[in-house]
Design a protein around this ligand. Structure first.
Ligand code: C5P
Length: 238
């Protein structure tokens, strides 16, 4: 099944706000034909499903980025609840294991939901030192491939990874295994807490299907102009 259409926007703007007015102001400045929106923990914990309803009414497709990580039964039921909200994309943490991910995916398929389910491989804010500190002995690229393999074997639709890893994931698994890549920065942008960053152009060249962009747009003095520039750079290199 194909989840992507050729002319849809591949840019997902991270609405990382805890204030609904700030989130809606940004959504109204942008345009659903130019981007999708990502609702993460901060906004969802503050406003719950009502924020999804509001953003849907503005015409946006929503990536609900809750990075679910719990026992299989809890994650499976939470995925169904999220799919019932009509979200376009949803994710679980691959470190929850194959059993958890398979059950979540089966529930989405059996319920005939259209929601794309992804597994987070290794957070783009982590480097090798941090990974080793939490007890993983592999380096980042090996660990990402290992987690991507678990996601692939669990029949998820794809992964969240850095664009530094998307090419090897596509090569190892399948070209239609979706890679959604946060940690996007231009050369003159602040990196903030991200570690494994890439520019929109290089992300596109490395096979990213979608890029997630937060602060380079949300902190911009002209978010719409920043979005248009990032989209142009990504599309021209795809
Ligand atoms: O502001 P910035 O562009 O760094 O935002 C990146 C967004 O992508 C944040 O909302 C963050 O939660 C999310 N994300 C990430 N790394 C992952 C998964 C999601 O940075 N592995």
């Amino acid at each position: 099944m194909s989840y992507q259409s050729e002319d849809e926007s591949k840019i997902i703007v991270a609405l990382d706000y805890s204030n609904i007015q700030n989130a809606l102001n940004l959504a109204k400045q942008l345009n659903p034909s130019l981007c999708k929106l990502k609702v993460g923990l901060e906004l969802y914990i503050s406003y719950g499903p009502s924020i999804i309803v509001e953003l849907h009414s503005l015409g946006y497709k929503i990536f609900l980025d809750l990075k679910l990580h719990d026992i299989p039964n809890t994650v499976m039921k939470s995925c169904i609840t999220a799919a019932e909200l009509g979200v376009w994309m949803l994710n679980v943490h691959s470190s929850g294991g194959k059993n958890m991910m398979s059950k979540a995916m089966q529930a989405i398929i059996q319920g005939n939901y259209k929601t794309i389910l992804l597994g987070v491989t290794v957070l783009t804010s982590m480097d090798n030192d941090e990974l080793n500190e939490i007890g993983y002995s592999k380096n980042i690229s090996e660990q990402v491939l290992n987690m991507a393999e678990l996601c692939y074997k669990s029949k998820l639709n794809g992964v969240v990874c850095s664009a530094q890893e998307s090419k090897s994931i596509k090569n190892k698994f399948a070209s239609n295994f979706i890679c959604v890549c946060p940690g996007i920065r231009n050369a003159d942008d602040k990196i903030n807490d991200q570690k494994r960053v890439m520019t929109p152009a290089l992300a596109a060249k490395n096979g990213a299907d979608y890029i997630v962009v937060g602060r380079p747009i949300t902190n911009s003095s002209d978010p719409l102009e920043s979005l248009i520039n990032i989209k142009k750079e990504f599309d021209e290199s795809s």
